[in-house]
Design a protein around this ligand. Sequence first.
Ligand SMILES: Cc1cc2nc3c(=O)[nH]c(=O)nc-3n(C[C@H](O)[C@H](O)[C@H](O)COP(=O)(O)OP(=O)(O)OC[C@H]3O[C@@H](n4cnc5c(N)ncnc54)[C@H](O)[C@@H]3O)c2cc1C
Length: 485
Amino acid sequence: MKKNIAIIGSGFSSLSAACYLAKAGHNVTIYEKNDALGGRARQFKAAGFTFDMGPSWYWMPDVFDKFFNDFGKKVSDYFTLTKLSPAYRVYFGKDDFIDIEDTPEKICKKFESIEKGSGEKLKKYLKIAKENYEIGVTDMLYKMPGNSPLELVSKKTIKRVRFFLSNIRKDIRRDFKNPKLRSILEFPVLFLGAKASNTPAFYNFMNYADFGIGTFQPPNGFHDLVNAMVDLGKSLGVKYKVNHELSKINVSNKKVENIVINGKSTDCDLILSGADYHHTESLLPVKSRQYNNRYWKSRVFAPSSLLFYVGFNKKLKNVQHHNLIFDTDFNKHAEEIYDSPKWPTDPLFYANFTSKTNSKTAPEGSENAFFLIPIAIDLIDNEETRDKYFEKIIKKMELYTGQELKDSITYKRSFCVNDFKNEYNSYGGNAYGLANTLFQTAFLRPNIKSKLVQNLYFCGQLTVPGPGVPPAVVSGELVANLINK
Ligand SMILES: Cc1cc2nc3c(=O)[nH]c(=O)nc-3n(C[C@H](O)[C@H](O)[C@H](O)COP(=O)(O)OP(=O)(O)OC[C@H]3O[C@@H](n4cnc5c(N)ncnc54)[C@H](O)[C@@H]3O)c2cc1C
């Protein structure tokens, strides 16, 4: 039966769910509190620069292909992807870096040149990672979680049980001795939001996503994907309303009676929230909330981030599109995110220069930069601290890339814990939702359908399958399938 469905938030999970629900014949409206669509993947323009505010690594293109194919479309109907070559650069110090090339063969060769025997080991490691990717994506990612661990057991997964009993760090350390190679292999775990020592070895499929499939780039940045999904949604009849904030969900007889948007009561048959899960439940009467504060406090959240969007009035040398600055102890920084949360003593960070591959994102002769330091959630956030860290990373970039940067800055905006809270209603100011640890996987994540309110559903990075753009797109499909049932 055709329903009036209100979707809260315009992140990738909401954009995806809206398309599936509209295709099934429902009347779908997306309500977004901010003035632009895309959620954490919004884009903004300032001083001639264009900045993607969140995601920048276009990995697992097969997930996006599947999404558009479900509507008889192709990614190439909307934009043309380029495979980055090299995919990215990892700096370990001054004049000390490794470029990760665009094929597994080239990467194995690079490994071999750094540690004897590691090329062959990497080949074997990637073969297993590929098998895990195929199982992880085809059999697990798209599987609707129920209530029991047994549902994850299949002929294929039972044979791979050892990967759930070991962690990714142990496996990497067993095979690779060189600390630089180890940190490169541990890097994709950052997307899962947990420490490598706390992430099942099965997730080595992210190494296959990285080395085996590669890093892609849409022509105008990640926001091309947002625009493509919105265009598709419009063609299916989805309505999009920005500057529309949900402030209350009224419940009667265990059903949503109406919702309050911009202070006005709005009727709907069903509400699907892609806003942060904790925030959505805080808008319900207390007795309709499934999870209390103790529950949320006990969860492992993916990190928050200190971000800088920066414009330089010159072209920079010695940097690639994606750059990781891994000159410091990965473990110590991870401990300062998860175990004893505090501002990192010596942070590793990520530097992205989109104008290296897309000149349109910066004025002629200028460079567009995005810097990201992962940090613990809920840290005390003020301008003084932000400035201190900015100084630190600019100094390092100047030293490692051998050029003056500070006096070439023409634009700068920072974004941190307080902004994640204010702009996205994010729990603790998390950037990537709830981490994918063994005990926060599948049916152990917050429910996609409320157990206490019949016509209330959830999608996004705090529910299944987990953090990251590909899982968010899948989350939208899973919840739409459940609603359509
Ligand atoms: C800095 C950063 C870098 C990242 N890098 C990558 C990357 O390179 N690759 C990758 O795959 N993933 C990356 N991620 C993760 C990825 O962006 C997210 O996992 C994904 O975009 C989350 O989508 P979502 O559907 O859960 O919703 P979100 O994007 O979180 O959107 C939720 C929306 O709900 C809105 N909202 C909240 N409350 C209300 C309300 N009361 N009323 C109306 N609207 C409301 C918010 O404004 C927001 O727009 C990154 C994230 C960040 C923050």
